[in-house]
Design a protein around this ligand. Structure first.
Ligand SMILES: [Zn+2]
Length: 266
């Protein structure tokens, strides 16, 4: 599912990609939608058929071989490039050794996160954040991991997806939260600057961003569909938030089913 920022003052634009099919989901709000998994899964990296999907869309050999499936992608502070054991050093050089942004977001409350500079604001839409504020820029993914570990002393790095889908998120003053956290973590940041160089961790002065989602109605009770157990699901499309479809029959996290061959009918 592709998510793009809407035009000024409009909510995000959602496009469902299934095979060659492209479906404008915003246009389907309030309408019936049916998804049926054929039982086939193709690895998103090599295309090979796989019985099970690993790390949201990979076959087992790719999952074990690719740098993008290594533990250090989820926990960048564990980067082992400098030990000479990166699974794919060239991939690492291209993806991890470039500027990363540390941000605050509000999807179900205050959280800290990191992303490649180029993935802003996509990453925030993926998470269903309603507010976001880039706060620091660093030179590598590993450095962003160290900064995130520091921030986790004070703030969560998780989203409560049920709360996010209920749409009950209270607005936060992210600029005030940033100033509060930077003051509390001053000593830790100074240590990291000493380690990586004074210029390695840079303060950003970006404005806070508000993100809007096309939702007619939020669920009061969040029930989730599972294609592995129930391959065909149907319902009236009530909204789109994060990587979720909100149907009147339940919600579904489409990211989880990346690589699944799904037939979509309206
Ligand atoms: Zn594969």
């Amino acid at each position: 599912m592709a998510i793009e920022p809407g035009a000024s003052g409009e909510s995000a634009r959602y496009t469902l990609r299934a095979g060659d099919q492209r479906l404008d989901l915003n246009a389907r709000l309030g309408e019936p939608l049916r998804l049926a998994w054929t039982g086939a899964i193709a690895c998103t990296h090599c295309g090979r058929a796989t019985k099970k999907s690993f790390a949201q869309g990979y076959c087992y050999p790719c999952f074990k071989r690719l740098a993008q499936c290594d533990t250090c992608i989820m926990k960048p502070e564990l980067c082992h490039y400098f030990e000479g054991t990166c699974r794919e050093p060239e991939w690492g050089e291209r993806h991890c050794f470039q500027s990363h942004v540390v941000y605050l977001a509000n999807a179900s409350g205050l959280k800290v996160g990191i992303t490649r500079g180029t993935q802003v604001p996509t990453r925030w839409f993926d998470q269903g954040a309603v507010q976001a504020l880039p706060i620091l820029e660093v030179d590598s993914r590993q450095q962003s991991g160290f900064v995130e570990v520091l921030f986790k002393e004070e703030v969560s790095d998780r989203t409560n997806w049920r709360a996010m889908l209920k749409g009950e998120t209270q607005a936060l003053d992210l600029v005030a939260e940033r100033d509060r956290l930077l003051a509390r973590l001053e000593a830790g940041l100074a240590n990291l600057r000493e380690r990586f160089g004074a210029e390695a961790i840079r303060l950003l002065d970006a404005p806070p961003v508000t993100l809007d989602y096309p939702v007619l109605e939020y669920p009061t009770k969040v029930v989730s569909h599972n294609l592995d157990k129930t391959p065909a699901i149907a319902g009236t499309l009530l909204g789109l938030k994060g990587q979720y479809l909100i149907l009147d029959s339940g919600v579904i996290n489409l990211r989880k089913y990346t690589g699944y061959e799904v037939e979509v009918s309206v």
